[in-house]
Design a protein around this ligand. Structure first.
Ligand code: GTP
Ligand code: MG
Length: 408
């Protein structure tokens, strides 16, 4: 009898061993949030692993692959990562929030602002006469929309007024919003930049004090919150304080800061930062540059050299060259922007300090003139006062008339 018990016990141990330890190993799950991709790509993208997910080592552990980490990848997973084209995805997840955007645009929505004045003009009117076009024109011009953009908008509005299409104030509002949307939507590339490479290299350029360094800090903050790592390149070697400012953001966001000697060559700092980004598997390199007057040709040539050097450090870099514009600079901002666009292959705009102006219309003139997408807008000095731009949301926040009562 005892022999039977022993045989049964041995059989049970063997069965458990095969069941538990000899199961085929499941591949490690690809951890990804659905919100990391634009909605249009969600279904098509299904569960394809992204190259950078599979290929990049986690931040801070560049060389030492953890046991069971990259070394455990099946050959098939590696080849999938190699053949699948990089899937563009927003670097900063955009969460629509018209109410908070409206708060940031309070000056433009207030009594003296573009929205407040349009509301005062159209609010009480039941009957609309073609002469109203002149009043609208005056408001747009004094809200920094710019002469060319205002006259293009007004031409269409006048046309519709004459044809009797805009019979009441709500129709005029609708027409104005449609015009604003048409101007703000530049192709299908608006909003946060996408991570096309590991690392994705982003170069910030602009005149003095436009908000380049602060925007880098805000971006590093947002990226960190999404589990991405940034290397900050202190390319403003002109002022020691500028390096200090970036180092402070680096400490705040846990990002590596690559700096050079005071007065050193900014291009070589950015080269080193890209090298560091590649070695450490960082997702993004955010490169600061010294503010410069758009009229100084030698300083504009320096930016061109920085861009060329970045491409030597990593093919395709810089992936984004963002022109940082201070919204409170009004029409001056437009002149600056044109010069920067002539000198560099800009990929987008960051419009800062929109919280500080009642003339939010400036964004229309900039978009219309430059035909460049707005990537981010700055609405304050705090780390989270940066929003990925969405034309629909912006028009709703600036000119959304359903909240007229609570606008001012
Ligand atoms: N209100 C407001 N202030 C901002 C915003 N962005 C930047 N600032 C402030 O603008 C000032 C200049 O910002 P910086 O980031 O130093 O500008 P910069 O372009 O790096 O300046 P330079 O390095 O001198 O060319 C700082 O006081 C920032 O806090 C914004 O969106 N809103
Ligand atoms: Mg700076």
């Amino acid at each position: 009898m005892e022999v039977v018990y022993i045989i049964v016990a041995i059989a049970a141990v063997v069965a458990v061993y095969f069941l538990v330890f000899k199961q085929p190993e499941a591949p490690p799950p690809v951890v990804r949030r659905a919100s990391e991709r634009p909605s249009s790509q969600k279904s098509a993208a299904a569960e394809k692993p992204r190259p950078e997910d599979a290929a990049s080592p986690p931040a801070g552990r560049p060389e030492a692959a953890p046991p069971g980490g990259e070394q455990d990848l099946e050959p098939s997973e590696i080849s999938v990562a190699e053949v699948v084209a990089p899937e563009p995805r927003p670097s900063v997840v955009h969460v629509p929030d018209v109410a908070s955007l409206r708060k940031g645009l309070a000056k433009s929505r207030g009594e003296g602002g573009i929205f407040g004045r349009l509301r005062a003009l159209l609010g009480g009117k039941k009957e609309i006469s073609p002469a109203i076009a002149e009043d609208i024109e005056e408001i747009l011009l004094s809200s920094d929309v710019g002469v060319a953009t205002t006259s293009a908008i007004l031409e269409r509005i006048r046309d519709r007024l004459t044809r009797g299409e805009l019979v009441d104030s709500s129709k005029v509002w609708e027409a104005l919003r449609a015009e604003a949307f048409r101007v703000l939507q530049v192709g299908d590339d608006d909003g946060a930049f996408v991570l096309r490479a590991t690392p994705t290299v982003v170069l910030m350029v602009g005149v003095n004090g436009s908000g380049k360094t602060t925007t880098i800090g805000k971006l590093a903050t947002r990226l960190k919150a999404e589990g991405r790592t940034s290397v900050l390149a202190a390319g403003d070697t002109f002022r020691a304080a500028a390096v200090g400012q970036l180092v402070a953001w680096g400490e705040r966001t846990g990002s590596t800061v690559v700096r050079g000697k005071d007065g050193g060559d900014p291009a070589s700092v950015i080269f080193e930062a890209i090298k560091k980004g590649k070695e450490s598997g960082a997702h993004v390199v955010l490169a600061d540059t010294a503010g410069r007057l758009h009229t100084k040709t030698n300083l504009m040539a320096e930016l061109q050299k920085i861009a060329r050097t970045a491409a030597k450090a990593l093919e395709g870099a810089p992936h984004e060259i963002l022109l940082v514009i201070d919204a409170t600079n009004g029409q001056n901002a437009l002149a600056q922007a044109r010069e920067f666009k002539d000198a560099l292959p800009l990929t987008g705009i960051v419009l800062t300090k929109l919280d500080g102006t009642a003339k939010g219309g400036v964004i229309l003139g900039i978009c219309d003139t430059l035909k460049l997408p707005v990537r981010f807008i700055g609405l304050g000095e705090r780390p989270d006062d940066l929003r990925a731009f969405s034309p629909e949301e912006f028009v709703e926040a600036l000119l959304g008339k359903e909240s007229e009562a609570s606008a001012a």
